[in-house]
Design a protein around this ligand. Structure first.
Ligand code: CA
Length: 228
């Protein structure tokens, strides 16, 4: 899980307690670091403080919600703040008010995690792309592999969407970079390969011998159509 909280004394005791409960805990100290860690550790659950340096918990929550359905529990200092946050519809799954008992927090954590994975109804409206057990839903911004949610940062999601939407066709490196990073992209050309590698690690059975996202030497990449 990821804890995004700046209050040092509070964090320490919390982390000790959570670890004792069996959670693997990563801590972000401000809103920016929290978002970076979110991409890095792909937590199954986020405990997010409302008042954070650099970016408020409200903004952090909205940004995470734009790309993931990971359960988020917001932590507020006063219960009156809960009403404000709920009113803003930032997309958190639950709220706790400081000070809270660890037991209460853990009960809520387990509850939101239970609700999280299978809780979604199947959605077969329109544009969902499915290839051989891998399902991408652009509307919900969700990818599932044989029903299991796959957490992808925005660029990886967009890349997969582009590849799957053109399954069976070779997409050149130029096309992919252009479409995902924009035609003015001047960064490292390895960025594309790094993203492909990360995607393969998540959607391939054997990432060292990719069967879905294949390399077309000298050209680019292709999302394979299953042979029937
Ligand atoms: Ca704070």
């Amino acid at each position: 899980m990821l804890v995004i909280e700046d209050e040092e004394s509070f964090v320490e005791a919390l982390v000790v307690g959570l670890k004792r409960e069996g959670f693997l805990v990563t801590v972000g100290r401000d809103g920016i670091e929290g978002l970076q860690l979110f991409d890095k550790v792909r937590p199954d659950l986020i405990l997010l403080d409302l008042w954070l340096p650099k970016k408020t918990g409200i903004d952090v929550c909205r940004e995470i919600r734009a790309r993931s359905r990971v359960p988020i529990i917001m932590v507020t200092a006063k219960s009156s703040e809960i009403d404000t946050v709920v009113g803003l519809e930032v997309g958190a799954d639950d709220y706790v008010t400081k000070p809270f008992r660890l037991r209460e927090l853990v009960a809520r954590m387990r509850a939101v995690m239970r609700r999280a994975p299978g809780g979604d109804e199947p959605d077969d409206i329109g544009e969902t792309i499915e290839v051989d057990g891998l399902c991408l839903d652009p509307e919900r911004h969700e990818v599932r592999l044989r029903g299991e949610l796959v957490s992808l940062p925005l660029k990886e999601f967009e890349l997969l969407e582009l590849l799957m939407g053109n399954a069976g066709r070779v997409l050149t490196r130029e096309t992919l970079i252009d479409r995902i990073w924009g035609s003015n992209y001047v960064g490292d050309t390895k960025t594309l390969d790094v993203h492909i590698k990360r995607l393969r690690a998540k959607v391939e059975q054997d990432p060292s011998r990719p069967a879905r996202i294949t390399t077309v030497r000298g050209l680019g990449y292709k999302f394979e159509q299953p042979r029937s």
